[in-house]
Design a protein around this ligand. Sequence first.
Ligand code: ATP
Length: 306
Amino acid sequence: MESVIEIKQLNKSFKGVETISSVNMNIRPGEIYGFLGPNGAGKTTIMKMILNLIKPTSGDIKVFNQPVTRTSYQYLSKIGSIIEYPEFYERLSAKENLELHCEYMGIYEKKAADEALKIVGLQGVENKKISEFSLGMKQRLGIARAIVTKPEILILDEPINGLDPIGIKEVRELLVLLKEEYGITILISSHIVSEIESIADTVGILQHGKLLKEVRMDDIRKETMEYLEITVDDLKKTTNVLESLNIRNYEIASQQRVRIFDENNSSSQINKELIVNGIVVHSIEKQQQHLEEYFLKLINGGSQHA
Ligand SMILES: Nc1ncnc2c1ncn2[C@@H]1O[C@H](COP(=O)(O)OP(=O)(O)OP(=O)(O)O)[C@@H](O)[C@H]1O
């Protein structure tokens, strides 16, 4: 499938300090791409380069199959974005803020502001001044402003920052709605795994300016969700038996515990082999791995292989 945003060998240095190093990313049409990484990893910097707000030191960015160059701005009319904190005119109402934005973007569809407010659930408060808005309402208005021009791509920099659990859930549901009902491709950044894992179709993990991994959530779920955890008296002997059974996708969880990730293994077969080899098996059971653990391991440079 073609990418709507394609990034190749992207580098960015600020005053000689490399902030983004050789990043490759592929964002497919109609998906939610979760951009995950700790604060300062460089997510905002990459988003700004996609939006032509800052220039790469080297590398290529294509949006809608067209290279982004110093002078390409046309494509921006098809992208809605929130970069860093969304700012509004505090003394104007929500609706007036959106209408001003439409005017600025050259959109004269009268209903657009009302429709966007309805989609984000702010109908009824459209005439309130922004100074009376809560943080959650402002975040939603930020999304309304990003979608009011009916973009094909939404770029949202930490849109869930500072929201309470209900606000987080609402924004998540809103993003899924925008994807499913309106077919919008969404690039969303966050430093919190749990915010991303439930909605993303693809996750890109950025650390110190490098993309550690780009994975489809479906693949992660297939690969890693279930494992067999075995508690034994002798770890060395156990791993020898596993190797002799050609089981290599395992990790040592503690001094007495091994986790096997290959789902084709039969627990009774492994149990039998361990016992035959004189190993005391205290327990053997199926467990679920949390995605959080999977991502943290990646970020900390861990591997599933012992
Ligand atoms: N204009 C700039 N001049 C110099 N350094 C910059 C500039 N913009 C960003 N940086 C540096 O680049 C690094 C990445 O910043 P960036 O804001 O992209 O990270 P981030 O992953 O978005 O994190 P956060 O969530 O904290 O914004 C930081 O070390 C930052 O200090």
